[in-house]
Design a protein around this ligand. Sequence first.
Ligand code: BTN
Length: 324
Amino acid sequence: MVRDEVLRALEAQRGQCISGAALAQTLGVSRAAVWKAIEKLRADGLAIDALAGEGYALRADDDTLTAEAVQAALVTHALGRALTVVPETDSTNSLMKRAYADAPHGFTLIARTQTAGRGRLGRTFCSPDGGLYLSVLLRPRLPLGQLNLVTLAAAVAVCRALERLTPLAPAIKWVNDVLVDERKLCGILTEAAIEGETGAIDFVVVGIGVNLRLDRTVLPPDVQEIACALADLTRDVPRRAVLAAAILGELETRYALLESGQSHLLLAEYRTRLCVLGRTVRVCAPQGSYEARVQDLDENGHLLVRTPDGAQHTLSSGEISIRL
Ligand code: BTN
């Protein structure tokens, strides 16, 4: 489609002017076709300036989330190379499992909003416009026992992307909440499909939701209390497409550590950002919740906690709360 090709050309030189004649020549179409494509892109909300006698420029600060914008910023080999952006879906994780389970390793789905965003432990994840809602399909060559490390890789990847693009120093609350000033900025939901006969991992969907700009009034009161958004914390809010590309880039390299048998390096990165070590937390277990002190993180990414009676417990999944 000429529209998509024009957008790719404008993205490749974002902020700079390209003449209609040059666009027409490079794409092998008429100037009228270029003009029509520009009108379509504008109707889709893209901020494109037309400068008399000079041409067209996609504004540097245009934050429209498109596949072209993400791919223009992408530096990966596999993750996000095949990418679909949808304006709205129920949940990018659900849509991935429903419609893209045969997609290649790295296929990525991004939605501008989710109507039924899903969180861990059956919770909902409020997903208004202004956030980033992304799911990546991975086909891990990992033993089943290392599956939980993929979640840890995603948490580290989000932190590293935010550290690169903003002045913030995010922290991780085990297992995979990314916090700033003890408030949740990002949630991660990892789901897997296991082959029935062999027990091998067929695919993993890593779903990541980041609050960039949040209209607090749409959040339920309990979420308002614990959530934060980038725009509340810094003036350097990256474009959603740039953040998506950075997360995919970091996830690819962190994930490569797992596949190359270097999970200790990933765990070291995770541990430096882990904000619960040495703290008393509330462990939410199926048989009830209890307070415990966090002693350590083991080589499997499990949390070692000690209860006041001196007993040590190893937490492999579940939930802890830092609000006692
Ligand atoms: C949590 O905090 O409990 C996990 C939240 C995960 C939210 C992301 S947004 C993209 C993907 N699609 C979903 O429905 N959930 C994940």
